[in-house]
Design a protein around this ligand. Structure first.
Ligand SMILES: [Mg+2]
Length: 275
């Protein structure tokens, strides 16, 4: 394993640990998703994104748009790992007066580009931003992390059409296919497979990887970075609860209740498994 990959796996483990510590503050939350996307966020923030942690408003920064506002706990963990937030601030997660509300709010948190929550809007905003940056001759890239549940939204596919129409090769979508959404397994709510073929039919350059395989994520995002002429999408198959076996196995994973005594156990399992 190269030093690059080893360092990113270590970053992902710290993101998972931060997420568990934040989850303990509230006793519940979107922990399983945070554990599932930790590898993606580690690779994006520690390897792919051009940004300045000390200057989150730097005009030429690459934009990372979290349209799944309830994944905020995962992004806070990544922003702490990236040095945009202080690790100590994570203890305020979800508390009154905190800059880290339970759903992502752009006006509250440095590095949070959009307010998520009303699902299916992130890709449309990302498309508009990518057009705007191109008009400004700004070399920044735009990333949108969206969920497989957001593929149920017509607005996502309208944005996908527009991005291709405008040839936005400064736009990369990352789809977290964890096969789960609020109402149950994605396949039972509204069938979206074959996901990558659908994006290709909309004119996108699409790759699909194991979203918990850091080396595969790096290789895919390196390839997408070089692609020109159309927007790109990385479809990532992820496992909810990844890195903490008893949470991987837990049912009702969408909004997870973790008992008080289980947080320490989760940290211990994470230490053993190392994701
Ligand atoms: Mg999902």
């Amino acid at each position: 394993m190269s030093d690059r990959i080893r360092a990113l796996r270590e970053a992902a483990r710290r993101i998972r640990l931060h997420a568990l510590n934040m989850g303990e503050v509230q006793g519940q939350g979107y922990i399983a998703q945070a554990l599932g996307v930790a590898d993606i966020l580690a690779v994006v923030y520690s390897d792919q994104l051009r940004h300045r942690p000390e200057d989150p408003e730097w005009p030429e920064r690459d934009r990372f748009l979290l349209s799944i506002g309830h994944y905020a706990i995962a992004l806070y963990a990544a922003l702490a790992e990236a040095g945009v937030l202080d690790v100590e601030e994570l203890e305020t997660y979800g508390s009154d007066g905190s800059r880290l509300p339970m759903s992502g709010m752009a006006s509250y948190t440095p590095g949070m580009e959009i307010s998520g929550g009303s699902l299916g809007h992130g890709l449309g905003v990302a498309t508009g931003m990518a057009i705007g940056l191109r008009h400004q001759r700004n070399p920044a890239r735009v990333f949108n992390l969206l969920s497989d549940g957001e593929l149920d939204e017509g607005s996502t596919w309208e944005a996908a059409l527009a991005a291709t129409h405008h040839g936005l090769d400064n736009l990369t979508a990352i789809v977290d296919v964890n096969a789960l959404q609020a109402d149950g397994p994605t396949a039972g709510v509204l069938r979206t497979e074959p996901v990558a073929d659908k994006w290709r039919a909309f004119g996108w350059h699409a790759l699909r990887v194991d979203g918990n395989d850091v080396a595969a994520l790096v290789a895919a995002l390196d390839e997408l970075r070089e692609h020109r002429g159309s927007p790109s999408v990385l479809v990532c198959d992820t496992q909810v609860g990844r890195g903490v076996p008893f949470l991987e196995a837990r049912e009702k994973a969408h909004f997870m209740r973790v008992e008080e005594h289980e947080w320490q156990l989760a940290r211990e399992q994470l230490e053993e498994v190392g994701a």
